[in-house]
Design a protein around this ligand. Structure first.
Ligand code: SF4
Length: 315
């Protein structure tokens, strides 16, 4: 069952305003994304920097206003809610940021950061749940390591007892050993509190460990989505396969031949015609620069947006 459904969501940013504005040009950061996040799952959202994954996470929460589309959470469309309804709904939907230090007020004590409207006893429980101690209540963020600061960020998100959390690159700024601790903590909390996560990362290795399903984003669009095992063993989209080929695999039998992507990521202002990946794709056919491939699904729920490798061949 879906907790959250995103339908045809778009976020376009106009480029410049005033004297040097470039007319009606838009950066298409999120371009017609349709996705469902199932109750109790972790959906990993992966892509290179600038692909729109963080904008998508923030647009879902209406921290950024969308250009078009629908976000249905527990059966209600967030985009048609009043500010008051949205405030109430926000208690159910939280975010954990990449840089725990920048997201914590340096002048506030940890207890007050976490507290919100919670009572001291509740804050103590939350600190305990995220692996901090009672004596941390009266300390300031600068007295903590990066991993501990991320624990504070997690406790703050949990204080309002949310159902859904956008985890926006929550371990990217941490050492590898600390990354594993935070990911394990998020998994434990998910089980205990029946949480649902959208876990955003540029790192397929990190996402593999925590995600039940994985969606791959390229230039504002989802190009492939499947359960984790399928993505890591049987990815279809040439972009996903290129990303995977760069990930170190502990199991040598799974090691894929390295695929080097041609060229740079194109500008999201003037994305390429047809399949936006076609200028970098070694498998492109005549149809690829003419017609945009839809995200087609096979019976097992594996979605691929590709004329050649998708479940419906059009090339
Ligand atoms: Fe490559 Fe064509 Fe598939 Fe796009 S649609 S990924 S260009 S084969």
């Amino acid at each position: 069952m879906s907790l959250l459904e995103i339908r045809n969501l778009k976020k376009y940013f106009p480029i410049g305003e005033g004297l040097f504005s470039r007319g009606k040009e838009m950066v298409k950061a999120v371009d017609d994304v349709t996705l469902a996040v199932r109750d109790g799952e972790t959906l990993g959202l992966v892509g290179e920097s600038g692909c729109g994954k963080s904008t998508l996470g923030r647009t879902i929460l209406r921290l950024i206003e969308p250009t078009a589309g629908e976000v249905i959470f527990q059966g209600k469309n967030l985009l048609s809610m009043s500010q008051r309804e949205l405030r109430d709904m926000r208690r159910e939907m939280q975010i954990i940021f990449q840089d725990p230090y920048a997201s914590l007020n340096p002048r506030m004590r940890v207890g007050d950061i976490v507290k919100g409207k919670a009572k001291r006893q509740r804050v103590m429980e939350l600190l305990h749940q995220v692996g901090l101690r009672e004596e941390h209540y009266d300390r300031y963020p600068h007295e903590f390591s990066g991993g501990q600061r991320q624990r504070i960020g997690i406790a703050r998100a949990l204080a309002v007892s949310p159902k859904f959390i956008v985890c926006d690159e929550p371990v990217s700024s941490l050492d590898v050993s600390i990354q594993a601790q935070i990911i394990n903590l998020l998994q434990e909390l998910q089980e205990k509190m029946h949480l649902t996560y959208l876990f955003i990362s540029h790192d397929l290795r990190v996402v593999e460990h925590i995600s039940h399903r994985v969606a791959i984003m390229y230039l504002g669009k989802v190009v492939e989505i499947a359960d984790s095992e399928t993505i890591y063993r049987d990815a279809k989209h040439p972009y996903t396969r290129a990303l995977l080929s760069a990930v170190p695999m502990p199991d040598i039998s799974l090691k894929k031949e390295r695929v080097v992507l041609q060229g740079d990521v194109p500008s999201p202002v003037n994305p390429p015609s047809g399949c936006t990946f076609h200028p970098r794709c070694a498998y492109r056919e005549a149809i690829c620069d003419q017609t945009e491939p839809p995200l087609d699904f096979s019976a097992d729920g594996h979605g691929v947006s590709c004329h050649v490798f998708g479940p419906i061949k059009r090339a």
